[in-house]
Design a protein around this ligand. Structure first.
Ligand SMILES: [Zn+2]
Length: 812
C-alpha cells in the first residue's frame, strides 16, 4: 500500500473539501530510501520502488515500481554490464560490497570484484563499481575496469536494462544536443529492434503510467566505424499497453572483423551508467490544481502591484512565479518590495515561486564577483547564450553563463543562496528555467567533464536532487518546477513536481500530444503549458484549453506580458479574449475541484465512452469527494461541429444507474436532468464552436430540496429538514465576483443569506435555479437558503444568461 492518507482524501467520506489554499500547503508525501540487508541481497526501498542488489557483484538484480497497488515496472533480467563474454551478473564473479554512505535519502554502495569469463581461457578483470542510489529512483554507477593484463575487446562494452512495464513510446537523448528534438516515437512491434546511431546519452521508454531510462556519460566512446549502433531498443513483446524491452547503450562497439580495441595492462576504463524511473514518488493531492502565473515585468516595473497579484489569483492561478527576482535570497532593487509581494501572494491564496536558471547566474551575485576577482572565473564559466544574456527591457538581468555541471564549488554556492533565501523569505518553490542537459562546455578539463562533448546529465540531476532535499527540509510543501520544453528526459525531470513545456509552439495531434507529454503523468508530475512570450508561432488560448482539459487540466500558464500588453508590449500575438478563456476555464477547474478528481483521459477511455463525430474528444473527471463530474467535450476542427457523447460503461466511471443527475452547461447555464442509465441522452447533439469546447457538469440529485449547483468551490453542504434550510460553504479567490447557482428551487419563496446577510438572488423558474452574485473573501463564504420564509419574501423572477465566453463565441 503506497497511498498515503492525507487530510483531503480522508475528508472524502464526509463530503467535505479542504480549501485548495490549504491543500497547496500540505507537506509532500514522504521521500526517503530505506536500506536493508538480508539473505536475498541488499534492498533499497523508495516511496514506490525497490531495488535489489547482489552483494557479490554489485549488480542490480531486481527492480519493481508500483503505481498505487499495481506493479508497472519489473526487471526481467539483472541490469548488466557486458564486455564481450564477461557479464557483471555472472554467477562465477566474486566480489564484496561495502556501504560507503547512508542517509535517509541516499545510499552509496561500493563493490570491489573480479569479472570472470564463462570459459577459463581468459583472465579475470578486476573492477570497482560505485553505485549511488537516490530517493527519487535514480541510480548512478561508476564502473572502473582495471585489467592486470592486456585486454582485447572484440565486440563491445555495453550496459543493458531488460524490463517489462507499461511503456508504449521511447525517446533517445544525444550527448551532443540539449534534448529538444530528440528522436522519439512509438515502440517497435514484438520481435523488432530499433538501433540508434547518434551519440547516445539517455534512452528511455515511457507511457503516462510508467517510465524507465538508461543513461551514460560515455556512450560510444569508441566505435570501430561511424554509423554503428550506439544504443538499441529490442522489443520481445509489445501489446500497445505493456512491453518487454531490452535497452542497451554501447560504450565501445566494434563491428565484426574490425580491429579490436586494446586496453593495455594497468590502464583503466571508467564510465558512468545509470537508471531513472517513474513513478518515483507518491503524488501530492494538489497536483492538477497547480496553475502558474509568471511575473516577468521589466526594468521599470520589476515587482507586481497588489492589484496585479489579485488579478492573477482571480484568474484562477495558484502559483505566482517571479521570473526575474534576482539571485536567490538577494532580491533585485527595490529589495524591500519582495516581502510585500510574497505576503500579498500568500494572502491571495497562492504560493510564491522564485525563478532561477539551470546554468545562468546574475553577474551581480557575490559568488560570481568573487570568482572573477580571484581570477578563477574559468572554474565556473559556461557558454550558453554566448556566455551572456541581458534582455533589452530589463538590463538588471545581466546574466552570465556558468557550467551546467556546477563544478568546483558552484553547486554548493547555488545551494547556499537558496538556503539563505529560505531563511529570509517565505518562498514556496523554485522554477528552474532552461533546465536542459546542454552539451556546450569547452572547459572540460577545468570542469572535470568525462569527455570534451558532455551534456552534464548526471551532475544536472545531482544538483536538482540536492536542491529538492534542501528545500523540502525548510519548506515541506515546496513546489519545484523545471523548464523542460520538449526535452522530456527522465533523469533531468526526476527531481521536480511540475514540468513546463510547450512554449506556444504548434502542438502535435492530440494523441501524439498525450503520448509524448504524458510522461509528466508517469512522474506523478503536473504539466505546465507555456503560452509563449516573444516567439512568433503559438497556439490560441481556445485550442490550448482543448489540450489542457482533455489531458488532465491545470496546465495552461500565463504571464503579465500577455495580460497587460499595453504596460509590457513585448509578447507577440496577444489576443483580446485570452484572459476571458483563462478566467472561464481556470475558474471552472477550481470550482469543480479538479485536484480532488479522477480523470478518465480520452485516449485511454475509448471502451468507456466515445464521441460520435470525428475530431471531437471528451475526457471525464469524477470528483472523489462529491461524486460529481466535469466533462469537457472538445472540437479540434476549425469548423463548428455537432457531436454526442456516448457513455458505454457508466458503471466503470461510477455513474449510478438508478441515480438522477443534473447536467449543467457551465458556460451556457442551461440544465437538464437524466438518469444514470441514460446520461448519454443529456449529452447528445452538442454544438461545439470550431477549435473550442463545451464544458458540462453533472451533479447527482436525490432529494427535492435545494442544493448548490455551481459557482465557487463547494467545501461542505448540509440540509436541515426541520428548519427547511440549506447551508453550504464556498471558496474562491479574494475579491472575485462570481454567480452562484442553486438548483431544485421549486418556488420563489426563498431567502438567500451570504455570511448571514440577505443577498440579492433571483430565480429562473423554468430551470428551478436560483442565482446571484457573491464576492469571495480570504475566508470561505457561508451561504444559507431558507425555503420557508415569512410572507412577501420572494425572489424576483429572471432568466439565467450565458456567461461571457459563451456570448463571445456566439456573437458572430
Ligand atoms: Zn563545464
Amino acid at each position: 500500500m503506497f497511498v498515503t492518507l492525507n487530510a483531503s482524501t480522508k475528508a472524502a467520506e464526509k463530503q467535505v473539501s479542504q480549501p485548495f489554499r490549504s491543500v497547496l500547503r500540505e507537506p509532500l508525501p514522504e521521500e526517503s530510501l530505506s536500506y536493508k540487508v538480508d539473505s536475498v541481497g541488499i534492498h533499497l526501498k523508495g516511496p514506490v520502488f525497490e531495488y535489489l542488489v547482489d552483494p557479490n557483484t554489485g549488480c542490480i538484480t531486481n527492480l519493481e515500481v508500483r503505481r498505487d497497488d499495481e506493479k508497472v515496472i519489473q526487471l526481467s533480467e539483472p541490469v548488466d554490464l557486458i564486455l564481450d563474454d564477461y557479464r557483471l551478473s555472472a554467477k562465477q564473479n566474486s566480489g564484496e560490497t561495502v556501504l560507503e554512505f547512508k542517509s535517509q535519502h541516499q545510499v552509496i554502495l561500493k563493490t570491489t570484484g573480479l569479472l570472470k569469463p564463462q570459459a577459463n581461457n581468459s583472465s579475470a578483470i578486476p573492477y570497482t563499481l560505485q553505485s549511488t542510489f537516490f530517493d527519487d529512483g535514480v541510480v548512478v554507477s561508476k564502473v572502473t575496469l582495471q585489467p592486470k593484463q592486456d585486454l582485447v575487446i572484440h565486440r563491445n562494452v555495453s550496459s543493458r536494462l531488460s524490463a517489462k512495464g507499461k511503456f508504449h513510446s521511447y525517446l533517445h537523448k544525444r550527448r551532443d544536443q540539449h534534448g529538444m528534438g530528440s528522436q522519439s516515437g512509438s515502440l517497435p512491434p514484438t520481435g523488432k529492434a530499433l538501433p540508434l546511431t547518434t551519440l547516445t546519452s539517455c534512452l528511455e521508454v515511457f507511457s503516462p503510467e510508467a517510465a524507465l531510462a538508461l543513461f551514460t556519460d560515455s556512450g560510444a566512446t569508441h566505435l570501430s566505424k561511424a554509423g554503428l549502433p550506439t544504443a538499441v531498443i529490442n522489443i520481445t513483446q509489445n501489446d500497445g499497453v505493456t512491453a518487454d524491452v531490452v535497452l542497451e547503450q554501447n560504450i565501445i562497439n566494434i563491428s565484426e572483423g574490425a580491429k579490436p580495441y586494446l586496453m593495455k595492462a594497468g590502464e583503466e576504463l571508467t564510465f558512468r551508467t545509470g537508471l531513472s524511473l517513474a513513478p518515483n514518488r507518491v503524488p501530492h493531492p494538489r497536483n492538477s490544481g497547480l496553475r502558474m502565473f509568471t511575473w516577468a515585468g521589466d526594468q521599470k516595473h520589476p515587482y507586481p502591484t497588489h492589484q496585479e497579484i489579485l488579478d492573477a489569483a482571480r484568474l484562477g492561478f495558484t502559483l505566482f512565479q517571479m521570473h526575474r527576482p534576482g539571485t536567490p535570497g538577494k532580491p533585485r532593487p527595490p529589495a524591500g518590495e519582495m516581502k510585500r509581494v510574497i505576503q500579498q501572494v500568500h494572502d491571495a491564496g497562492m504560493l510564491f515561486i522564485w525563478c532561477t536558471m539551470a546554468d545562468m547566474m546574475y553577474e551581480s551575485s557575490e559568488g560570481v564577483q568573487q570568482m572573477r576577482e580571484q581570477n578563477q572565473w574559468k572554474l565556473w564559466q559556461g557558454f550558453n547564450y554566448g556566455g551572456h544574456y541581458q534582455p533589452h527591457m530589463d538590463p538588471y538581468c545581466n546574466m552570465t553563463a556558468t557550467c551546467l555541471s556546477s563544478p568546483n564549488g558552484l553547486a554548493e554556492y547555488r545551494l547556499k543562496t537558496i538556503s539563505e533565501m529560505l531563511d529570509k523569505f517565505a518562498v514556496d518553490g523554485i522554477y528552474v528555467d532552461d533546465n536542459l542537459a546542454y552539451p556546450s562546455c569547452p572547459l572540460h578539463q577545468e570542469h572535470q567533464h568525462p569527455h570534451p562533448v558532455y551534456d552534464s546529465l548526471i551532475e544536472l540531476h545531482d544538483m536538482s536532487w540536492r536542491r529538492r532535499k534542501l528545500m523540502m527540509e525548510k519548506c515541506p510543501h515546496v513546489v519545484l518546477i523545471d523548464h523542460c520544453t520538449t526535452a522530456m528526459v527522465l533523469p533531468v525531470m526526476s527531481a521536480f513536481d511540475m514540468h513546463l513545456y510547450g512554449e506556444g509552439y504548434g502542438s502535435p495531434s492530440l494523441e501524439n500530444y498525450w503520448n509524448f507529454f504524458g510522461i509528466t503523468k508517469s512522474l506523478n508530475g503536473q504539466g505546465c503549458l507555456w503560452p509563449g512570450d516573444d516567439e512568433n508561432t503559438r497556439t490560441s488560448a481556445a485550442i490550448v484549453y482543448n489540450y489542457d482539459l482533455l489531458t488532465g487540466g491545470g496546465q495552461y500558464s500565463y504571464l503579465d506580458w500577455r495580460l497587460y500588453p499595453k504596460k509590457f508590449p513585448y509578447a507577440k500575438g496577444v489576443a483580446d479574449e485570452e484572459s476571458l478563456y483563462i478566467r472561464t476555464y481556470s475558474t471552472a477547474q477550481a470550482n469543480f475541484g479538479i485536484y480532488e478528481s479522477q480523470p478518465y483521459i480520452f485516449a485511454e477511455s475509448e471502451k468507456l465512452f466515445s464521441t460520435s463525430t470525428p475530431q471531437t474528444y471528451a475526457t471525464i473527471y469524477r470528483n472523489r469527494t462529491w461524486n460529481d463530474y466535469l466533462i469537457p467535450i472538445a472540437n479540434m476542427s476549425s469548423q463548428a461541429q455537432t457531436t454526442s457523447l456516448e457513455i458505454h460503461q457508466p458503471e466503470a466511471i461510477k455513474l449510478k444507474q438508478d441515480q438522477n443527475y443534473l447536467v449543467f452547461d457551465v458556460n451556457q447555464h442551461t440544465s437538464k436532468t437524466a438518469s444514470g442509465a441514460d446520461v448519454s441522452s443529456a449529452l447528445s447533439n452538442l454544438e461545439i464552436p470550431g477549435g473550442s469546447l463545451r464544458l458540462l457538469y453533472l451533479r447527482p440529485v436525490s432529494d427535492s430540496h435545494p442544493m448548490h449547483l455551481w459557482g465557487g468551490k463547494r467545501l461542505s453542504e448540509s440540509w436541515d429538514a426541520a428548519q427547511k434550510s440549506l447551508r453550504f460553504e464556498i471558496d474562491g479567490p479574494p475579491g472575485l465576483q462570481e454567480t452562484i447557482y442553486i438548483a431544485n428551487c421549486r418556488q420563489p419563496a426563498l431567502k438567500v443569506l451570504v455570511n448571514g446577510q440577505p443577498a440579492a438572488f433571483a430565480l429562473d423558474a423554468s430551470q428551478g435555479i436560483a442565482f446571484g452574485t457573491v464576492t469571495f473573501t480570504e475566508t470561505p463564504l457561508q451561504i444559507e437558503v431558507i425555503t420557508e420564509t415569512e410572507k412577501g419574501s420572494c425572489l424576483p423572477l429572471e432568466k439565467i444568461k450565458p456567461d461571457q465566453l459563451f456570448l463571445h463565441q456566439h456573437q458572430k
